[in-house]
Design a protein around this ligand. Structure first.
Ligand code: AHR
Length: 517
């Protein structure tokens, strides 16, 4: 509406001999934003900014770990350092679909004695189990993060899962705790986040929700609190908009879970033939943004079901796998899901994270898929080189929201219209940290037009604004090993503060983080 009014005014000015430009497209009218800085009751859980590392492609082997000269795997310190900078709050492992194929005893004890298996799901490669529980927990400690371990329901037994839980968490004398000690670890690791199967509607066993709900209760019964570690039990949640799955799980087993794990990927094209990560048109840019924005409806509808069974919001809605899924890079190993990552992916991440923040009352954990070399990765490696993707920088910007208080906002987002279809042009979320600093993250999804946002800060009078921006000259811009900083953060100069009014000009295809002090 505002956009139409602006166009009419410009047309009238032109007809009256005014100075309206004829060649440059008209700029959209300013958007408005209100930040209710004196309100806010909900904490944005840092676990919304979680990550995921599966035994898939070059995620683990030749990813987080690299072989040294002696042929042994070592954790990559450069990757650890980069992930520590974005303060990753958790790391989900060993899958994914792989979790329901994984037998944890294959991955303990002397490496040379561990059996080799076939990773049937992902490329049919040999998995020699060099990286198992101890190695993964060593990484978790190096990253100063928390583990989310996903147990095997699909092809495992209740006993196997209960023993793994005991191996990892029992502090006293017991068969599994003693075995852990024999393998070199005295103290338990105190892992509380525990997935009971993965995608049990699909690769995790092709179950109906009724059948899985029963199995879930059976497996969850044997996860006992040990020492100070109480299990945070995570049920396999729905695929996308399978609302019936959530309904049945919440009705039958909601009382025995702390979280339910929805999975949803953002793609262009079809599952059989997805779009390219780097070679796309504005039509595909628009399609991907539109699909990413749909996540808000998805979360609203799953949350509404959960509210009926759990009005206190005790059970967290977890988005345990999310992100873009493109055709894998031409020439990369089939089944390895290695994809490049452009500014478009960064904006998809920003859309998701703003939506998760704004729904922080129910969404209290999420994991982008996946950390290194797989799908929408933070980091890509080639030999001993590594580059940061545009998505990494988004996670860097959003660290300001970790465990901060969500501030309610009201946004007139304007519209970005492409060939007769419209989506909101801007997404945003705001929070206040313990020091009283207000942080605002904004993204302009329109690849062609800047957006000016007249902002009112209600209930606070900051005196200083500073910020950073991520943008690039083209919609397909991405980082390569030759040009690792083609998409990199820069200081943002487009915000003007006057009293409690803030004018922000977002360039086309950009995302911004602002600090108001
Ligand atoms: O992240 C890749 C795969 O996508 C995971 O293994 C599975 O859970 C999902 O279908």
């Amino acid at each position: 509406m505002l956009f139409r009014t602006a166009c009419l005014l410009l047309l009238a000015a032109a007809l009256l001999g005014g100075a309206a430009p004829t060649s440059a497209p008209a700029q959209p009218a300013p958007q408005s934003l209100v930040i209710n800085a004196d309100q806010g009751e909900i904490t944005i859980s840092r676990h919304i900014y979680g990550h995921f590392a599966e035994h898939l492609g070059r995620g683990i082997y030749d990813g987080l770990w690299i072989k040294d000269e002696s042929g042994h795997y070592r954790i990559r310190e450069d990757i650890v350092e980069a992930l520590r900078r974005i303060q990753i709050p958790n790391l989900r492992w060993p899958g994914g679909c792989f979790a329901d194929y994984y037998h944890w005893r294959d991955g303990i004890g002397p490496v040379e004695d561990r059996p080799a298996i076939v990773n049937t799901l992902w490329g049919g490669v040999t998995e020699d189990n060099s990286i198992g529980t101890h190695e993964f927990m060593e990484l978790v400690e190096a990253l100063d993060t928390e583990a989310i371990v996903v147990g095997n329901v699909g092809s495992g037994t209740v006993e196997e899962m209960a023993r793994w839980w005991e191996y990892i968490n029992f502090p006293g004398v017991s068969p599994m705790a003693d075995l852990r000690r024999e393998n070199g670890r005295e103290e338990p690791w105190n892992v509380r986040f525990w997935g009971v199967g993965n995608e049990s509607w699909g690769c995790g066993g092709n179950m109906t929700p009724e059948y899985y709900a029963d199995l879930y209760k059976r497996f969850a019964t044997f996860l006992h609190a040990y020492g100070d570690t109480r299990p945070f039990r995570i049920a396999a949640g729905a695929a996308g908009d399978d609302y019936r799955w959530t309904e049945v799980l919440m009705r039958e087993a909601g009382h025995m879970m702390e979280g339910i794990d929805l999975h949803h990927y953002t793609i262009t094209g079809t599952w059989a033939r997805k779009g390219s990560a780097t070679d796309f048109t504005e039509a595909e840019w628009f399609e991907l943004m539109q699909k990413a924005l749909w996540v808000d409806e998805l979360l609203e509808r799953h949350s509404a079901i959960m509210d009926r069974y759990d009005p206190e919001k005790r059970v967290a809605l977890i988005v345990g796998e999310w992100g873009t899924w493109h055709e894998q890079e031409p020439g990369s190993t089939p089944g390895f899901l290695y994809q490049q990552n452009t500014l478009r992916d960064a904006l998809v991440a920003a859309i998701h994270l703003n939506i998760f923040n704004n729904r922080a009352d129910r969404v209290r954990m999420a994991n982008i898929a996946q950390t290194v070399n797989v799908l929408q990765a933070m980091i890509l490696t080639r030999g001993d080189q590594m580059i940061l993707t545009p998505t990494y920088h988004v996670f860097d910007f959003y660290t300001v929201h970790h465990d901060a208080t969500l501030l309610p906002i009201s946004l007139d987002a304007g519209t970005y219209t492409y060939e007769g279809e419209s989506i909101p042009a801007v997404t945003a979320s705001a929070s206040r940290n313990d020091q009283g600093t207000i942080h605002l993250t904004l993204s302009n999804l329109d690849p062609n037009q800047p957006r000016t946002i007249d902002t009112e800060i209600r209930g606070a009078a900051p005196s200083r604004v500073s910020g950073r921006i991520l943008t690039a000259d083209s919609i397909t811009a991405h980082n390569t090993f030759e040009t690792p900083d083609a998409v990199a953060p820069a200081p943002f100069e487009g915000a003007r503060l006057q009293g409690n009014r803030l004018t922000i000009t977002l360039p086309p295809r950009s995302l911004v983080v602002l600090a108001l002090e």
